[in-house]
Each structure stands twice: as structure tokens, then as C-alpha cells.
Design a protein around this ligand. Sequence first.
Ligand code: GLY
Length: 422
Amino acid sequence: MRVLVIGSGAREHALLLALQKDPQVEALAIAPGNAGTALIADQHQVDITSGDDVADLARRVRADLVVIGPEIPLVLGVADAVREAGIACFGPSKEAAQIEGSKAFAKEVMAAAGVRTAASEIVDNPARLDAALGRFGVAAGDPAWVVKDDRLAAGKGVVVTPDRDVARAHAAGLLEAGHPVLLESYLDGPEVSLFSVVDGPTVVPMMAAQDFKRVGDGDTGPNTGGMGAYAPLPWLPPDVFREMVSKIVEPVAAELVRRGSPFSGLLYTGLAITAKGPAVVEFNCRFGDPETQSVLALLETPLGQLLYAAATGKLAGVGDLRWRDGAAVTVVLAAENYPGRPRLGDVVVGADADGVLHAGTARRDDGAIVSSGGRVLSVVGTGPDLSAAREAAYHTLESIKLPGGHFRRDIALAAAEGKIHV
Ligand code: GLY
């Protein structure tokens, strides 16, 4: 099988590494990729938001399967263009990708499927903002306001704050930029990222993971695209996992089929385990980053065969996935000033160590690896348990040098110390 991966992050580097281990995968290509993926796949430069360009490339590299990593091409319908070219594609149609692209669509689907989620309201008129803020957050007895950009914002459009002025300023800024604002009630409890391979009504859940969205230790500072992740979740009871699948993911997959927009690809369910049980924070239409880096480090089932089965309507025959024992911890090394405008062009030393996945990296003419994005590398440690996996990841990080680079030191710490309870 020849596989073309679309994207350029550490998630795509992890996908390539897992695909490379599948004995049925004979050739790998990527567009646009990064300095790390260039070492394991043929790298191509195309406009990944253009369905025609991606379909053309898939034909040129004689791909049997295209795997689309990021949400933007999916929301724009690139998977449809690849399928129309007669090539199997792992990624939902433009219509089904609305589960991530339109929060209003996601809320409608959840309501129809009877799935628990936060109460919400869309504000698109600044004159209505103050009254709406009065119905949420501290004003409504919640510990904080949850203010989201209703458009795709790579995780950075969310502000969760107990301070009404901060909530108002974020919402007003979004409205000024012409972006509708989504206000939500606050969901208390530890968060879970659950990936499911889905094809129509068929759902094959992966191992649950947890990510860390804030930039600073102790969940401080602004939201980011994700600063780290770990799997498995020793604190998540198996019956809660089963409930997430049977009461949330399966009904949502069935509802999408009922509406005539069946989902085919990776359905990412972001949940909070509240006192009343799991409730949905968000859906995404693709693998999460950086959770993928941890989850795929533990997957034993050959990834190419799994994604190909989903892309060709054969997922129902796949059965349960197989996992390695142990744990995986991913720590993201970010450039100076991220999640603000990152400083780029710094030389990264040590980026070729084992367990290092590239994201915002490029190779300079003199051969040096330099930073080219906010999240520069993901460092993945594995071990028999979370403590050992943390130790492995942080040990590797010590050997990497990036001027101004920063990372969180508490990824998976509370879970390793047994301090998370539901
Ligand atoms: N880790 C969050 C995301 O991928 O959206």
C-alpha cells in the first residue's frame, strides 16, 4: 500500500512512523511535511487546502490511501475531492467535518442524539454581548466564563476565566474581527480526549488520552494548540469509557448517518468527566495533536490496514484494536513567545534523538534544523507506567537545545501521582 499523508505537524510525523511499521505499507509520501518527516517520506509542496491539488498529488504518487491530518482541508472538502478521484481517503466529507467546523452544527447533532454537553449560546451582535455574559459564567453560578471563537482557531480561540472583564474583552475582540462568539456553561471535571475510528455507524474506539491546553505548569496562562498529552488514563473507570462510546460516540455517528452526512475518518470527542457523568466539550474531525503522538506510540494494530479499512467501508470487520502494555507521555517544546507570535529561525540542537517528532521545523541550506512554527517538537517517552514514560520524555528534552524554547514540566504528573479522581 502506498500512503500519502497531508499535514506538517508532529501528529503527521507520528502517523508516518506508525504507518511505516505496518508491513503492508510499502511507500510513504507527505505534503507539506517538515524537517523530520522528510527523512521518512517523500516530501511534496502543494496547497493542502485545494482538493484539486491534493487529488493531483495523490495520483502522481500513485497513492492507494490518503490520510488527511489537519481540520482545515477537511472542512474545505479536500477528502471529497480525493474520493472523487477514485482514491481511498481517511478523513470525513466536507459535510461531516462540520462537526468541528461549525459549533452550531455540532450542538444540533448532539441535541438530536441525546448527548450531554454544555449549554451554549452564539452571540454575533455586540449589542447582545453584555446580556448574554449575564446568563453564563460566574453570573450564572459557574466558576468561570467559557468564551470560544465560533470559527476554527487551532485551539487558541478559547478563554476560560472567572473575570468578567477578561471574558468580555475576548468576546468583544472576536466580534470586532467578525467572528461569532460561542458562550458555554462550564463543565467541571477532568478532561478526556477519545479518538474513534468511524465509518458510518461503525465505531472503533482507541485508547483514551488527556491533553494539556494551557501554556504554563499548573494549567496557567493562555490556551495553546496543546502542550503535552499522555495515555492511558489510569484514573478513568472502564465503565465510564464504555459509557463514552455507547452513549456519546455511537449515537453521534448514528445521527450523522441519519442526516445523510455519515462520518468516515477519525472522530475526536473531547469530554469532561463531570459529577453527572461524561459530557462533550467539543468534537473534532481529525486526530488530536499532541494526543496522537502518545496514542500511536502504544498502538500495535497495523495503522495502515486500520485506516484503509475505514476508508473503504470495511471497518466493521476490524474488531478491537491491540495495544502495547505501558504508557506514553508527550511533551511539546514550543518556540519563544508561543502561543503569541513565536520567534522563528532559531537553531534546534538534538532534534534527531529517539522519540522526537518534528512539527515547526525546517532544514536550512547549511543542514541545520531551525524552528519554523510555534510548536517546534513533540518529545515522546514510553515506559512501563506513566512515571517511567515521563522520565524518558523529560530525559530526552534535556538533550535538546532551542534558544527561548519552553515546555511544561507537569505533563502527566498528577495522573502519575494518582491525584486525578472521578
Ligand atoms: N489537542 C487538541 C486538539 O487537537 O484539538
